[in-house]
Design a protein around this ligand. Sequence first.
Ligand code: PBG
Length: 324
Amino acid sequence: MIVRPRRLRKNKIIRDMAAETRLSPSMLVYPVFIREGSNIIEDIPAMPGQKRYSPDTFPRILEEVQRAGVNSILLFGIPEHKDEFGSEAYNENGVIQQALRVGKIHFPDMCFIGDVCLCEYTSHGHCGLLKGETVDNDPTLDLLAKTALSQAQAGADIVAPSDMMDGRVAAIRAKLDGAGMDDTLIFSYAVKYASAFYGPFREAAGSAPSFGDRKSYQMDPRNVREGVREALLDIEEGADMIMVKPGLPYLDVLRAVKEASEVPVGAYCVSGEYSMIKAAAERGWLDEKRVIAESAVCLARGGADVIVSYFAPELAKMMKEGEL
Ligand code: PBG
């Protein structure tokens, strides 16, 4: 035999030299849930190891995460009061806006990304204004744009619309630019599926829809070409970066979107992916660390430039220790 592929797998140094995929902590984003109030650090039962913080305790997790080597944070807000218009989402003193100010004061060098959506803020739990039983696209756009602007003004470096309304990236870009916030980036959840993998998140954020589902605005899991179309539309409207969500079950979509796009592409390893690994590891059915590492490698191999993951601090530690 002249050709022996096994030679390239001989030892760790050679395997590392031959590796086609390399990860770095700079690609990681860590999602944090912020609940309105004070002195809150509480467990999220459906996501073992993840917690909710109030704006005043937020710096504690930031310190921990930064020490692990992660510099980018995605914020989700859980307001005290909800109404049918989701007004707390665009209140300049809303929970996310408070957290952004606190975060920026204590950690000016970290990158803060605000999730822009109304579902955590509406009494009905849908991602926009209702007209009867459906979400009314166009009147929702201004509320999303107001939300993005208030986050940018509170210190968000990046806004990340996750609502899946048509035209929201253009509306947000226009609003930001109109207020002189032209260097705020838009990291759009361009390709977001109506997925059952968001189950634990909805418990964590209290954002489950009170009736129906999100299938009339989030994408159908059967489609790939539609994902490419959504991605290209958002780029045309001004998205600086785009995201595919969920992560592992959608690697084919990630690859297709990556090949069609000329902006950085992120993959979101969502709550259900997190909790499945945690639950199996708790029972001793999986080697948690190895599965976390392999999942991240697969996302990067699939095309992810950025990985949004609840495992981000663990991943960064593994990278620093040369285990990944
Ligand atoms: C808000 C939003 C959701 C997630 C991110 N942004 C929930 C949803 O669409 O129902 C899910 C994140 C996760 O599951 O980790 N619209």
